[in-house]
Design a binder for this molecule. Structure first.
Ligand code: GDP
Length: 243
């Protein structure tokens, strides 16, 4: 019962250029080096993609906005069924820190009420360019009652720690949820899983269609050659008949 849900959907959100993709990339590289990536899947939808990583005996399906935040184009389906949300700002960009409030409003509007949130101030390696103090991040985290960490995707500081903390908090929350909510959380993953299965079926169907096409083309060539040979035969017989 402890790990009732084995697949967790995690979102990375925040302004453009704060380092969301870099954080995910560091995590992927680290895990691929250790050979712990179970599978990396790209969803066919342009704009949003997710990657599945095997992490601490569970699977994390991590979604990245892939730049869509620039166009304010993040849809409700992105938030649907998320177990954890990492809100990222850039410590060298004050606006990205201010905009955390806007992102939080989105999360409250579209995310599930049981979603675990985590606040991350990225680019901690750029101390000289710092515009947001460490204490400011801590104060905001305390005010919102969510954990706060500073990370550096460039220096690989606290990246896996962030996911480790988030996963522990999610597991803790799941343990304390009533059964009905757990079932609901599990059910919320179904559309994604179904979609994956659908894609698989689709690609099998595509392969069959391709085989059929090759077979058809082959048949056409054979028929054409037979026709030529028959005509050639007829032509010969006409010639010989004339002789
Ligand atoms: P996203 O738009 O939020 O996904 O941001 P990206 O991951 O594309 O990063 C934007 C820029 O910030 C890129 O040039 C990254 O190389 C850089 N960047 C990301 N994380 C860090 C970091 O921790 N430290 C430094 N110095 N640069 C970073």
């Amino acid at each position: 019962d402890q790990d009732y849900v084995r697949l967790y959907k995690i979102l990375l959100i925040g302004n453009s250029s704060v380092g969301k993709s870099s954080i995910l990339f560091v995590l992927l590289t680290k895990f691929s080096l250790k050979g712990r990536i179970k599978s990396i899947k790209l969803s066919p939808t342009i704009g949003v993609d997710f990657k599945t990583i095997h992490f601490e005996s569970t699977s994390l399906q991590i979604w990245d906005t892939a730049g869509q935040e620039r166009f304010k184009n993040i849809t409700t389906s992105y938030y649907k069924g998320a177990h954890g949300i990492i809100l990222v700002y850039d410590i060298t960009d004050r606006q990205s820190f201010k905009d955390i409030q806007t992102w939080l409003a989105e999360v409250d509007k579209y995310g599930s009420e049981n979603v675990v949130k985590l606040l991350v101030g990225n680019k901690s390696d750029l101390e000289n360019e710092r515009k947001v103090k460490l204490e400011e991040g801590e104060t905001l985290g305390n005010a919102l009652d969510i954990r706060f960490l500073e990370t550096s995707a460039k220096g690989d500081t606290n990246v896996s720690g962030t996911f480790h903390i988030l996963l522990n908090e999610i597991k803790e929350k799941m343990r304390n949820l009533p059964e009905a909510s757990k079932r609901q959380s599990k059910a919320s993953q179904l559309p994604t899983l179904k979609k994956e299965r659908l894609l698989k079926t689709q690609s099998v169907a595509d392969d069959k269609l391709q085989q059929l096409f090759i077979y058809g083309a082959f048949q056409l060539v054979i028929s054409f050659l037979t026709l030529i040979l028959t005509m050639f035969d007829g032509f010969n017989s006409i010639c010989f008949d004339n002789i």
